[in-house]
Write a protein of this length. Sequence first.
Length: 424
Amino acid sequence: METGKVDVLLGLQWGDEGKGKVVDVLTPNYDVIARFQGGPNAGHTLEFEGEKYVLRSIPSGIFQGGKTNIIGNGVVLAPDLFMAEAKELEKSGHPLTKRLKISKKAHLIMPTHRLLDAAYEARKGKNKVGTTGKGIGPTYTDKISRTGLRVGDIFDNFEQKYQQHKARHEEMLKDLGYTDYDITDVEKTWMEGIEYLRQFEIVDSEHVINKVLRDGKTVLCEGAQGTMLDVDFGSYPFVTSSNTICAGACSGLGIGPNKVGEVYGIMKAYCTRVGAGPFPTELFDETGSRLRDIGHEYGAVTGRERRCGWIDLVALRYAIMINGVTQLIMMKSDVLDGFDTIKACVAYRKDGVETRDFPFDIEHGIEPVYTELPGWEKDMTKITREDQFPKEFKDYIEFLEAELETPIKIVSVGPDREQTIVRN
């Protein structure tokens, strides 16, 4: 029997690659947009028609009418933050309750999860991971230890379940010596968020998605963060708490791997990272500051400065391999418009030995090996067609495609949805 296909769109670096804009651009080609992992610690920024929107938990297809959007079982959801995000979107005229379904199996981020997040980070001292403090890690910990609270629980004796989980967390906080807190106001808003959730269609999302596929329709799966933050394959322990890679779409939505079609891998024309952890191509000089300022490299949710550096092809080759990427999408190409020289890391050197393979440990003794290419030094933000690209930019694309052995199908030359060029 012929069925519909699932295409997956995910970040290939340390997150913040611009996934939200691309989902919005691709949405017209799909019937369903589904988020498969992560929580409100990551934001997708979209700009169109003179407005800017930041999405944290809601899929980026929400702006296109007639599309179904699904928050899958692999997501962790904070009811209070979800409510604030949703109400902001509703004010701009987007009818969320008609467009959005939420999985019963998605886990709930409790107020005490945020306290645990802070307590664990404080305990680590100088070895802290640099979490956003949104309670993501402790929520996934509860999920894996089979002690979590899920969206579907709000319909069955919820108050008792909540109090049991809260009491357990408070015992843990006491053991950690973290006792000076008051969550009264936060808890009140959180409970309002639970009531707000009840307005939405809460579903067994795995059945919904597989029925859509049996009907021959198409699904776009949207990931959060990036491949190098994957809990298994990223720069552990400086990672997020979920599987950000393509396989996470299968477990985070309940779809078989044989249903996956295209895998879109998103990267920047350079590289950024937020929070602690190794970053081989990080620039600590004026060039790094220039990339940050031109690219407006500040967290969409946290406002934190992003660390900036040249593109890392060793990490990208690795990300392409483990995700099975079929098409590359390059964002923020215009940020490099004013540079006379562009660098790309093609290998790592450690103890005098060069490697093109991504190693177990990138935290100690890694020296990037760079290839230099001429910059284009032209403003590309007004370009609308591929044949208008400067020769040096075409050469940069060809160099990247040869190194990564994967075609770059879409190029972004600005933040607006119109500044997106599909290559022939």
